[in-house]
Design a protein around this ligand. Sequence first.
Ligand code: HEC
Length: 189
Amino acid sequence: MKYKLLYFISSLWLLVSCGSKDVTPPDPCIGVNYNVEYFKTEAIGVSNNGTITINFPVGDTISYQLNNGAFQSENFFTNLAPGNYVLTVKNSKGCTDTAQFTILNYGPKYALVKQVIKGYCGPCHLNGAVTAGKNFDSDANIIASWDRIKARAVDNIPTQMPLAPNAPLTPVDKQKITDWVNAGHRQSD
Ligand code: HEC
């Protein structure tokens, strides 16, 4: 009985130790990391209409997940509320990588002003350009310069911006800036 037990234990040990000698295949995810590239639009007003489109990585074998949602093959998400998000990308081998992004909340008037500035103020004050100390890439910079933006692009005091001979803002676009300034010139207006 004693020997039987000993035999049983030793054969169990043999089983376990041989089992552990199984060659584990190399982890297919080692070295997999993606510099995720995306384009996002902010949520405007109370509509929770932010969006994100992933430009890299894309392809049949890639799927995407937002926070704890389900993985999907489409490379975009819509109807996003303002807030912080974790985006997970997964390849065909199940390897994942993540990126974090924030959907901001823009007031409807500010959203229009942002478009006007993008349309008229490059290249001189956009994409890193800092002409006359003014760069309008960030919301903070636009908001801090609200009075100068109105003076130069709406009232043309002392002279017109965009710098002549570039075309001035249309009356409709000038009105967008005026409306935002009158509403309080905040990001939430
Ligand atoms: C083609 C280049 C160009 C474009 C486009 C342009 N600017 Fe300028 N901006 C300049 C130059 C040059 C100066 C410095 C000379 C001056 O102040 O007139 C300047 C200066 C400014 C200043 C700082 C001086 C001040 O009066 O406070 C503001 C503000 C400004 N621009 C706003 C704008 C806005 C808003 C737009 C778009 C609606 C715009 N600019 C488009 C070239 C440009």
